[in-house]
Ligand binder design. Sequence first.
Ligand code: S5P
Length: 462
Amino acid sequence: MNRDQFILELEKIGAIKFGNFTLKSGIISPFYFDLRDMISFPGMLEGVAELIKDKIKDMDFDVITGIPYTALPIATLVAVKLNKPFVYRRKEEKAYGTGKNIVGKFQQGDKCLVIDDLITTGSSKIETAEAYEQEGMKIEDFVVIIDRSDNGAAEMKHRGYNLHSLIDLEEILLLLKKNKLISAVKAKEVKDFTNSLKNYKENKRELVENPLTRKLLNRIRQKRSNLILSLDVTTQSEFFEILDKVGNEIVMVKTHVDMLDDYDDNFAPRLLDYAARQNFLIFEDRKFADIGNTVRHQYRNGIYHIADWAEYVTVHLVAGEFILPGLFEGLEGRGGFVLARMSSKGNLLNETYTRKCFEAARKNPQWVAGFIGHGSSVEDIKRFKAKFPGKELLLMPGVKKEKGSDAMGQQYITIEDAVKGGADCIIVGRGILQAPDPVTEARLYRERGWKAYNERISSSTI
Ligand code: S5P
């Protein structure tokens, strides 16, 4: 069965429908594909398995999976034809017994090829990839029978995966038109619909450029530094003594104001004065995490009045996205860095949580200037950053000259690995503060961070 024959068979069994269909997203689509019934037509199942087999013959993978339910029997057949192991993931999480959510045998580090029937937005593919990655498998390639999306492959690429499709919408429309199975008017209506969806998404993406992202980026370029000093000391005298000497080297100072034993009302005006003279930005690492109303007061009131003096704060999205308007609504020139990953050993921010942070930021781009993140290697960080929803910056703590850890769970990667992976700024505390000469050390971090940053920028677009 060739591709054209397969498409015509799909039309014959009613798998390709035209009309008005409400999609999961609520959008009304003039067409709909439903490949579920294909399993009752052995010739088609055999035909599509052969087409997929041909498509993937040069790809490198150890195991095959299908996304439940429609793709399961198809992927099983392909696995048998290629003599490759097959695994699948339960649709419902298992809370008893072995607790295993992936069924079948595989090795840690195995490359898994994922087969699915369709792609619309790609979200179920990403979810699948994350679940398998959490179990120690590697996912790089997805194969779908029909790409019905407007830009599915680009979306998947943006998130770090390759999408291969047997057939796309254009091909179906052309063939059906040729065979007089669809009118030219209907074909145009379908095309107009996908184009309008694409334009809508592109317009939305334009909005993602947050003024606070731009502000930090401009300051990085202006100051030729991507070093953020985490000034974690407990007295104002130490704080300002170090800042005085190091302020010119840094793009931003990160404070933990509640660490100071002797905080008083002089702190903020003094800090603002230094910031103006030495041209750095201010970031209070308060890590807000509560409900909207509570964080609003914690941020704007209390003894610290953080909103009055810090341009940026850190935000945990554990209580949901409404923390963002709670913090920033009605304020000018204030924004957050969302903690999408943490550097500490055993932290509970898993891949799904990270993805949800990106989704929340996509919906609230005006308040998210960047993400805090970390990674185990350059590749790991690259994949993480590829999933950012827009042009947010990546700020990375847990950075030192050498890889290592401390006694309380902090993990460090090197300056070069952090920046090569995609960090736009490195956040350094003890690496500088505990050096015999913090000023010389800050210069060294600045130089190495800036060199790695320029090398990355000139060699790629990340
Ligand atoms: O995941 C994180 C997020 C942050 S903001 N891991 C971190 O270490 N931080 C902060 O970065 C942490 O609170 C501390 O202020 C700084 C790292 O300090 P260092 O002394 O380990 O460099």
